[in-house]
Design a protein around this ligand. Structure first.
Ligand code: FAD
Length: 385
């Protein structure tokens, strides 16, 4: 691929750099700075940067999006916009499948971060094999009636709306048929949210129960029975993983800095052969991810859609983040098992929290086993599992 940016793209990079320097600065950022930043990026239409302009998005090109994400990652900027799941997949799904009324009702609120969305896909018996989901939904005239349970629903406690997958048909040829996508207000009668505590002590996800929950048919996203297509297409909006590499590089830089500050056997941990080997391995893995990212970008710039190959970087990222967390604790030696609040734990327990947060990147969005199956079957063409 051509690594040189066009003069317009180079000018855009400069614009982003200047904006970030003027509006974020270096070091600690207080709430007022972040709030001001969010207001300004919305005005610049950098929230929903790749969404069509007619819906309030930025209409940005793939290359501009890569530049924006790269500069944001380098500046350790907060995410663009505050409605995380709305921006990641609910909005793109509504833009593709929503009625004009749904677009008018939801898209501006998602861009403004007016409230949060949560995602009701997983069930106790349907995670990796999501299409086997069984949350029941029957139609009564102009209303759907939902009965069943969802689990691991992140931020359900603070969300106003849920994007929900339900089964409207049980007699189907393929389990991917007969699934319907609904957009449901979380304060609807019959919805109960029960938070689940995670192993780091926080409660960010929940079980959500549906007991005769009545949803107007106009809240259906896409056609009845075609909800699987709605879900899958939202994922296709994932653009490029190059910015992720910058984020990982920064974490690795901080791990190297930690290794210089901590001592192992009376010498800086950075001089320990085992630690050095693991740092070098992480560095090589990040470089492999960067090169893969450029490969994906080349494909997108040629107008081709990305497919199963993105699982390669997802797998790299999952394994790398676990490794970096473990390495950071190993570097701290006997202080590794301590928790924030202790006088001797480095960086106020940042690495302990990081090391316990792996399920987010490892399990969310498909486990490493599932990524390996995808790579084996669909990228390498090996026989089916
Ligand atoms: C932090 C976090 C946030 C989440 N947020 C949400 C959310 O907001 N909304 C939502 O709907 N869900 C959410 N999830 C759920 C997540 O999508 C599921 O946990 C994930 O899909 C795995 O499903 P499962 O937990 O049922 O595990 P299972 O599917 O039961 O997997 C258990 C183990 O078996 C392995 N396995 C399963 N199938 C195969 C196979 N065919 N071949 C080889 N190995 C296999 C898996 O790799 C795993 O190790 C979240 C999960 C986490 C950890």
């Amino acid at each position: 691929m051509d690594f040189n940016l066009s003069p317009d793209e180079e000018a855009f990079r400069q614009e982003v750099r200047t904006f970030l320097a003027e509006n974020l600065g270096e070091g600690e950022r207080d709430m007022a700075t972040i709030a001001g930043f969010q207001k300004k990026v919305r005005e610049k239409r950098w929230v929903g940067f790749s969404w069509p302009k007619e819906y309030g998005g930025g209409g940005g090109s793939i290359m501009e999006q890569v530049i924006l994400k790269e500069e944001m990652a380098k500046a350790k900027a907060p995410p663009l916009g505050t409605c995380f799941m709305g921006l990641a997949w609910v909005g793109p799904a509504i833009i593709e499948y929503g009625t004009p009324e749904q677009k008018k009702k939801f898209i501006p609120d998602i861009l403004d971060g007016a409230y949060q969305w949560c995602t009701g896909y997983s069930e106790p018996a349907s995670g990796s094999d999501l299409a086997s989901l069984s949350c029941r939904c029957e139609r009564e005239g102009d209303t759907y009636v939902v009965n069943g349970q969802k689990i691991w629903t992140s931020i359900a406690m603070w969300s106003n709306w849920i994007i929900l997958l339900v089964r409207t048909q049980t007699e189907v040829k393929s389990k991917h048929d007969g699934i319907t996508c609904l957009l449901v207000p979380m304060d609807t009668k019959g919805i109960t949210v029960r938070p689940i505590k995670n192993m780091a002590g926080g409660a960010i996800f929940a079980e959500v129960f549906f007991d005769d929950v009545r949803v107007p048919v106009e809240n259906r996203l896409g056609e009845e029975g075609q909800g699987w297509g709605v879900t899958v297409s939202a994922l296709a909006h994932e653009r490029s993983s190059i910015a992720e590499v910058h984020g990982l590089s920064r974490i690795l830089d901080d791990v190297k800095d930690l290794a210089r500050r901590c001592r192992k056997n009376g010498r800086p941990a950075a001089e320990n052969a085992g630690i050095r080997r693991r740092i070098a391995r992480a560095e090589m893995r990040i470089e492999a991810m960067r090169l893969n990212g450029l490969r994906f970008l080349t494909k997108q710039l040629r107008g081709e859609k990305l497919g199963s190959e993105t699982s390669i970087n997802k797998l790299h990222r999952a394994e790398l983040e676990v490794e970096l967390g473990e390495l950071a604790l190993e570097i701290q030696g006997s202080r590794g098992p301590l928790w924030q609040g202790s006088d001797v734990v480095p960086d106020d327990g940042r690495w302990q929290r990081y090391a316990l947060s792996w399920p987010e990147v490892v399990i969310g969005g498909g486990t490493p086993n599932i990524q390996k199956n995808i790579i084996a079957e669909r990228v390498l063409g090996l026989p089916k599992d």
